[in-house]
Write a protein that binds this ligand. Structure first.
Ligand code: MN
Length: 487
């Protein structure tokens, strides 16, 4: 299991007894937080740092430990912060600075100078905070009593985001075919993606997959069909079309396992050797934590894998989505999101139906796909774009709503939502920000989770929510452009 290092700061001026107490308290606190992570990751107490050598050693160890996804730092006593400089310069893992105390309440009757010297994080954490700020260190500061539910919740949120950031390092993304011809927003700098996030994005010929498809056995297709039958309603007589997709999915599964792939893209412009565009095949793969981007959209595919990792163990759905069309009734504007086929069934409000319909694009046979209405609830839509000199995350708060009327002739899965604060403001802000028509939608994560991920990866983020005002939003965008030019 992945770990978070719990590192306590102190100094050696207080004498042995105090330091023993500092360590004892720290162990108890780390153990408490470890239990509260409940299988998400371990919180491991490391040591009480008293010297710059100890600070450097533990930060180097955290940085080099592949199982370490982040550190929690806390100053039980005062801890002169110059001794943290070399360590913090070496630290390349996300940091949560926990501004807390061992004691919740003040012992008013018995408090004396010994107590004050032992329990002075109000003092020591400010000194530590200064050096972090002076070093320009991106970190998350959580203030409050460590046993309080809201503090635990923030630490868990940090752990979820840290797991997402950790997945990035060395994550392999496969592109079957390339970016859709002439499309701008889905394209991007793959070298920079690997430098910044660790995403190893590589092209594969669709023929590489076709070779595997040709070796899929009837028994394997039967097993996949049984999986479909257990999860979905067969709503077509064209079983052969579904079996064709089942064959694709077996091949994709095998390819993903062999190449250690966490996300993939395809494109309808490159289907040589395939009789159908992958529909249910791609949809069912998405339910297994694999990110997907159509039309060669590797950024959305990778972001999808990351956000699915961040939402593991949380209720709600996370997956690829595309902005498609609107109901522009004044004051009740709704967006209809979908794709030509590839909507993840994690979004299904009821059991998805397997159907086969004509697809006018791609010039192939009618593909089998899952059709369903979408879930409702609060959510976010997140888009990653390449600004040329940096990546930007655009995160919009949305409310997924039940579709107001049936859409019996729409042959694809769909979601409907309201963007906040309203379509005239929210959609305009999205477009000013350059947000794509592809996004990852999640009802499991919030803008706060994306803020954390952006902080951990030093990615520019703009948030659109109920407080968004277009004038200040545009000014924020101008400020971000200016900041990027100064870097
Ligand atoms: Mn698309």
């Amino acid at each position: 299991m992945k770990k978070i290092y719990f590192i306590t700061g102190s100094q050696d001026l207080y004498g042995e007894d105090v330091l023993i107490q500092v360590e004892k308290d720290s162990r108890e606190m780390a153990q408490f937080l470890n239990e509260k992570m409940a299988g998400l990751c371990e919180v491991v107490f490391t040591l009480v740092v008293k010297t710059s050598a100890e600070a450097e050693d533990i930060c180097l160890k955290a940085t080099s430990d592949k199982d370490c996804i982040g550190v929690i730092t806390w100053m039980h006593t005062f801890s002169p912060a110059k001794m943290w400089i070399r360590g913090l310069q070496a630290l390349k893992k996300p940091m949560l600075h926990l501004h807390t105390q061992y004691n919740e309440k003040l012992p008013y009757d018995s408090i004396d100078m010994d107590f004050m010297n032992l329990n002075q994080s109000a003092h020591g954490d400010r000194e530590f905070g200064f050096i972090c700020t002076r070093l320009g260190l991106k970190r998350e500061v959580v203030a409050g009593y460590y046993r309080h539910e809201n503090v635990i919740e923030q630490i868990r949120r940090f752990a979820h985001a840290a797991l997402g950031a950790d997945l990035c390092r060395g994550m392999r993304v496969a592109m079957f075919g390339n970016n859709m011809r002439d499309v701008a927003v889905t394209d991007g700098d793959r070298v920079e993606s690997e430098i910044k996030y660790g995403w190893n994005v590589n092209y594969y010929a669709i023929g590489d997959l076709v070779k595997i498809i040709d070796t899929v056995t009837d028994a394997e297709v039967d097993a996949k069909m049984a999986e479909y039958a257990g999860k979905y309603d067969m709503d077509t007589d064209n079983v052969e079309a579904v079996r064709e997709q089942a064959k694709y999915e077996v091949a994709i599964d095998r390819f993903i396992a062999k190449e250690n792939i966490q996300a993939f893209t395809d494109t309808f412009q490159d289907l040589h050797g395939l009789r159908q565009l992958p529909g249910i095949a791609a949809q069912n793969v998405m339910t297994k934590g694999i990110g997907f981007g159509p039309e060669g959209d590797y950024k959305t595919a990778a972001l999808g894998a990351v956000m699915q990792k961040m939402s593991e163990g949380r209720s709600g759905a996370t997956g690829f989505m595309e902005d498609y069309t609107y109901d522009l009734t004044a004051g009740e504007e709704l967006e209809l999101g979908s794709h030509m086929l590839e909507v993840s069934p994690v979004f299904a409000a009821s059991k998805p139906k397997i159907q086969v319909h004509h697809l006018g694009i791609g010039n192939r046979e009618d593909p089998a796909r899952l059709v369903f209405d979408g879930v409702s609830g609060e959510g976010i839509a997140v888009s990653m774009i390449d600004m040329g000199d940096r990546f930007r995350l655009v995160c919009a708060a949305i409310e997924l709503v039940p579709q107001p009327q049936p859409m019996p002739k729409l042959p694809v899965a769909r979601l409907m939502w309201k963007i906040k604060p309203s379509l005239p403001v929210g959609a305009a802000a999205w477009i000013y920000a350059g947000g794509a028509h592809h996004a990852v939608v999640s009802t499991a994560l919030t803008a706060n989770d994306i803020r954390l991920f952006a902080k951990m990866t030093d990615t520019e983020l703009v948030v659109i929510d109920e407080k968004t005002d277009l004038n200040s939003f545009e000014q924020q965008l101008e400020m971000l452009d200016l900041m990027a030019k100064l870097k």
